[in-house]
Design a binder for this molecule. Structure first.
Ligand code: SF4
Length: 380
């Protein structure tokens, strides 16, 4: 593998990030805006560190055969404690590592965490790190393994062929071990205990080189359109993303329905993406409201929500009217009038479509909006 100065340095994750949303790619990789590390990323880093140590033991001849869950957990106990926050994250790591065992380190020559670099064009390189590489003793085939510790659903083999990561790993593996009889990239979905393997082929090699170069070209020319989708929900840049805000406000509403069937189909796909986006936004807002309610009421959030939902409406049976009239020494019409004075709905029903009465009703109606804080004050 050669190292030369490059115009842009690509990686599999950069190719994928650009393809998902060029605007988010720009914020992250061109503007250098901070991208907070969440729990899933911290758990992934700690699990990778434990697996790297377990694999290094095999490479150094310290142990043989596949590593069981207990061994993986032993290595987890030695990783940098600042990688994780709190017991829940340690417990999650332990569950993930147990689910992924056994780890097939034995019977093969291997190297954990080796770096690779590719020269895709005179000024364009790509680089990355293989979690594990091995040359199988049995047939000498080269294999690169990537551990997936997140909750995402495993790709099918056909989907994996078109993953930028699998593609660039295979291209790099083929260049690094040109004499091997075969080249395989395996995604080990640790949480699911599943492995998906893809073989190198000349066509796949050409496809992924061209795809990475296309991303580099777009990056080089400064083409960073925003592409709102359900992914916006997890985007750390959405608060200042105009396209995302416009999408939520329905800036394109009223544009009419296209007549061309292919445009209709495209629109339909776009709308289903937007629905997912809005559903995600709704969940965010619900969570924010619940958090605010909890902090302002001092109640456990569920209790505050229960209070909010405990509005009660009362319905008075019609049989009450003659009884009330008798008690009050009035006629039924007078009682109805009294009832109407406290119930806007009944008053409106009484007014029917009499314009004079409706006008009077408007004059004597006061509208009041109860906020959730007032609801909290209501007796249960
Ligand atoms: S909010 Fe959505 S459209 Fe905007 S940058 Fe992020 S992913 Fe792209």
């Amino acid at each position: 593998m050669t190292t030369t100065s490059s115009r842009r340095s690509l990686s599999a994750s950069r190719v994928r990030a650009y393809e998902q949303c060029p605007a988010a790619f720009r914020h992250r990789h061109v503007d250098g805006l901070p991208d907070p590390v969440g729990q899933a990323a911290r758990v992934g880093v700690a699990c990778h560190a434990a697996l790297e140590r377990a694999a290094a033991g095999r490479f150094d001849g310290v142990a043989e055969g596949p590593a069981c869950a207990t061994e993986a957990l032993t290595h987890l106990a030695t990783v940098d404690p600042t990688l994780l926050k709190g017991e829940a994250e340690w417990a999650e790591c332990a569950e993930v590592l147990k689910a992924g065992a056994p780890y097939e380190f034995g019977e093969q020559l291997l190297e954990p965490e080796s770096t690779w670099e590719l020269q895709l064009a005179p000024e364009v390189s790509a680089r990355g790190i293989w979690d594990l590489t091995r040359l199988r003793r049995l047939d000498g085939g080269a294999e690169a393994v990537d551990y997936k510790c997140g909750p995402s659903v495993p790709l099918s083999r056909e989907e994996a062929k078109y993953s930028p990561q699998v593609g660039l790993y295979l291209v790099a593996l083929h260049e690094a071990y040109p004499d091997a009889p075969s080249w395989t990239c395996t995604l080990h979905y640790v949480r699911h205990g599943e492995r998906v393997s893809v073989q190198w082929s000349p066509a796949l090699d050409r496809y992924h080189r061209a795809r990475a170069l296309a991303v580099e070209q777009a990056w080089h020319t400064g083409y960073f359109p925003a592409t709102p989708s359900e992914r916006c929900r997890y985007c750390p840049f959405r608060t200042f993303c105009d396209d995302y805000q416009k999408t939520l406000k329905g800036a394109d509403a009223g544009a009419g329905v296209p007549e061309d069937p292919s445009d209709l189909l495209e629109e339909r796909i776009r709308v289903s993406g937007l629905l997912k986006l809005l559903e995600g936004r709704k969940k965010d807002l619900d969570a924010a409201i619940r958090g605010l309610m909890g902090s302002q009421t001092g109640l456990e959030t569920d209790e505050a929500v229960a209070r909010l939902r405990s509005r009660r409406t009362k319905t008075v049976s019609a049989r009450f009217l003659p009884l009330a009239a008798e008690q009050l020494g009035k006629n039924v019409s007078e009682v109805v009038a009294n009832l109407a004075s406290v119930s806007a709905t009944k008053a409106k029903a009484l007014a029917g479509d009499n314009p004079e009465l409706l006008a009077l009703l408007d004059e004597h109606t006061t509208t009041k909006t109860a906020t959730w804080l007032e609801v909290k004050e209501r007796p249960a």
